[in-house]
Design a protein around this ligand. Structure first.
Ligand SMILES: Cc1cc2nc3c(=O)[nH]c(=O)nc-3n(C[C@H](O)[C@H](O)[C@H](O)COP(=O)(O)O)c2cc1C
Length: 428
């Protein structure tokens, strides 16, 4: 397919209050469950939501071994705060759109697509406040990976992926929008999306994307259909290269001027990256705090394991250092892969990280359309010295690497991972 994401002068604008460096400064020592940069009222509202017990409908049918054994109270799905959700949120389709509903109902429906976004460790670190045609996207800091992601880069990349899904869905239903990044002083407030529900032509004229002088993206409608189909696929990819025209389409998916999509197919460079991945794994798994954090998310069922598998996985992850094994595995995956994409930004601020997440999700959705699998591999970006080495390998050090993924083909199928439903992430 050709040119799916072309910048245009349509009715979609992306505005920003901050294109500079990270607002919060360096992160302090790792903390747990301390959403310090969320306003008290927002924190309270989210806490209220988190305390509410999920209904049967929200839980979905995929409650797994625990429920079948009558151990639901012990299940990772019990306890609001720890809940990673079920698989029911994936069962969403365009025919469910409340065409006759209120603007709030329509906006809330779009959130059902946002929650299907990928996120680091499947933490799903997002909260949404919907008020009429306005959707405010917040970081859920209780889900921040304080050890693996101390500077919150991956948290904001994940928020960007959710934002992208929201915009793809808005376009599918003929809803115009204007995005304001980091609109206030609260950096947990990642973006506000102002929708304009109504006729597409009128909306396009009234929004005037070019008039504001800002970037505007026209998203291919096939991306919408790919939202519930996309998966992270961690299998070994075949050596078969991605055809030139598909590569070109993927390249054109990045239209942001401040974001760069760099492809690496050179075996010598992939070999260096494989070495960086292996060293990152060994370094991280040697740290008990890292293993505990990863183990906690595995134990919550974040990767879609059954209750029993999740508990065993948590135990093994926490108490065994599998760094050597993981290093060999990841290095092997990278050496065999036909292509790695690195998403880089001009500035290392929150805005850039959110926009890197948007590009990641757009590329992943387009890859899904093209039958190409994707697999982020973040470890080498999580260790500052290795991230610097990677930057040297890639060249152009003024462009910061924010995200990195393998792309390729495999016959291995990936199951959908659990998701919190929209109801669980909507806050007052
Ligand atoms: C910022 C970010 C970093 C990620 N890093 C990794 C990684 O290092 N290794 C990995 O296997 N998956 C990684 N993932 C993929 C997530 O684990 C995955 O999105 C999540 O488990 C949900 O699964 P799904 O993508 O199949 O819906 C990352 C995703 C994001 C958004």
């Amino acid at each position: 397919m050709g040119d799916p994401n072309r910048a245009n002068g349509g009715g979609r604008t992306d505005r920003s209050a901050d294109s500079g460096p990270t607002q919060e400064g360096p992160a302090g020592p790792p903390r747990e469950h301390e959403p310090s940069d969320r306003k008290p009222r927002e924190r309270e509202a989210s806490d209220r939501k988190q305390r509410r017990k999920p209904t049967e409908g929200e839980r979905g049918r995929e409650t797994g071994v625990a429920e079948r054994l009558g151990l639901d109270a012990l299940s990772p799905l019990s306890g609001r705060r720890r809940w990673v959700g079920g698989k029911r949120p994936w069962r969403v389709s365009a025919s469910m759109f409340p065409a006759e509903g209120t603007p709030t109902e329509q906006a809330q429906f779009l959130v059902r697509y946002a929650v299907l976004a990928p996120s680091s460790h499947n933490t799903q670190p997002w909260l949404f406040n919907v008020n009429g045609e306005e959707i405010r996207l917040f970081a859920d800091l209780e889900r921040w990976l304080t050890v693996a992601d101390p500077d919150k880069r991956e948290l904001y990349v994940s928020l960007g992926a959710a934002l992208e899904n929201l915009l793809v869905a808005a376009e599918r239903f003929g809803v115009g929008y204007e995005v304001e990044y980091l609109p206030g002083s609260d950096s947990a407030h990642a973006a506000t999306v102002r929708l304009s529900v109504g006729d597409r032509e009128e909306r396009t004229e009234s929004q005037g994307g070019e008039a504001s002088g800002e970037m505007s993206v026209q998203r291919d409608s096939q991306l919408f259909e790919a939202i519930p189909q996309r998966r992270t696929n961690r299998s070994r990819y075949q050596e078969r290269p991605i055809p030139r025209e598909d590569l070109q389409s993927l390249r054109e998916a990045c239209v942001e001027k401040d974001v760069r999509l760099q492809f690496v197919a050179d075996p010598a460079k992939l070999d260096v990256m494989a070495d960086l991945a292996a060293r990152a794994d060994r370094r991280q798994f040697a740290d008990p705090a890292y293993r505990r954090e990863l183990g906690r998310w595995i134990g919550r069922g974040a990767f879609g394991d059954s209750w029993l598998e999740a508990k065993i996985g948590k135990f093994l992850m926490t108490y065994l250092n599998i760094g050597g094994r993981q290093a060999r595995k990841d290095a092997g995956l990278l050496r065999a892969t036909p292509l790695v994409a690195v998403i880089r930004t001009k500035s290392d601020g929150r805005r850039g990280q959110i926009r890197a997440g948007q590009v990641y999700q757009r590329v992943s959705l387009l890859a899904t359309v093209l039958g190409v699998e994707t697999h982020p591999m973040s470890a080498m970006l999580e260790v500052p010295s290795l991230r610097r080495e990677l930057t040297n390998v890639l060249g152009n050090p003024e462009w910061t690497p924010q995200h990195l993924l393998r792309l390729g083909y495999t016959s291995g199928v990936s199951e959908p991972s659990p998701r919190r439903p929209a109801e669980a992430v909507l806050i007052d």
